[in-house]
Design a protein around this ligand. Structure first.
Ligand SMILES: CC(C)(COP(=O)(O)OP(=O)(O)OC[C@H]1O[C@@H](n2cnc3c(N)ncnc32)[C@H](O)[C@@H]1OP(=O)(O)O)[C@@H](O)C(=O)NCCC(=O)NCCS
Length: 178
């Protein structure tokens, strides 16, 4: 658990999600799905309910190489970062990261703080040795943020997303944990 004062003076509490966060998580995901076209899902595409969220959190909390970390301000989830580790022996040292912050909280440093906490968590697991992610090639803010934390571009995935009749390339990025 970590408490930080944000640039706007409000306090951010960063901790692992628990099943009790199902309701807030559902609200958060409904919001982010409609706030940008940089995620792999859009508004109304996923079944998002407190119950589905509780199940996801419960499942991820049962894995030793996966995590959902949330950043809360006044009880509201302002941002989250997820890491889903693989299950096979030859691949469980790696997994995919996801991150999103509510638009009203962008540029306050929450994304960076969540990344810091995830990298710390990954080191502590002594299992995770590589954090991979995929982001839209034109998501400059996210790419800049990832690069500042040591992620390197590893390749371009063409036609990775199809949104409103347009294909978007994505970049694959990775961070080695040693
Ligand atoms: C990408 C995202 C998570 C960043 O979250 P955030 O809380 O705004 O991130 P931060 O405030 O820590 O950093 C982002 C900004 O601060 C700047 N920044 C961060 N750390 C910095 C540092 N140490 N020095 C200088 N600038 C810094 C970044 O360049 C960026 O600039 P801008 O927003 O002012 O243009 C957020 O924009 C988001 O949720 N976007 C939509 C979903 C998305 O794209 N998710 C990623 C999909 S792979």
């Amino acid at each position: 658990m970590k408490k930080v004062t944000l640039k706007n003076g409000r306090e951010l509490l960063i901790r692992k999600a628990t099943v009790n966060d199902g309701e807030e998580m559902a609200k958060f995901k409904m919001c982010i799905s409609g706030e940008s076209d940089f995620l792999s899902f859009g508004k109304g595409e996923l079944e998002i309910t407190p119950e589905t969220e509780r199940k996801i959190i419960d499942f991820e909390n049962g894995m030793d190489n996966s995590v959902i970390i949330i950043g809360l301000t006044d009880g509201e989830i302002a941002g989250f970062i997820t890491f889903e580790g693989e299950t096979r022996v030859r691949k469980r040292h790696r997994g995919e990261m996801g991150i999103a912050v509510l638009r009203k909280y962008w540029s306050l440093g929450i994304g960076g703080l969540l990344l810091e906490v995830l990298i710390e968590w990954a080191k502590e697991t002594q299992i995770v040795r590589k954090i991979d992610l995929v982001t839209r090639a034109d998501n400059e803010t996210a790419i800049g943020l990832y690069e500042r934390y040591g992620f390197r571009k590893e390749g371009v995935l063409t036609r990775n997303l199809y949104i409103d009749g347009i294909f978007f390339d994505a970049v694959s990025m990775g961070l080695v944990i040693d």
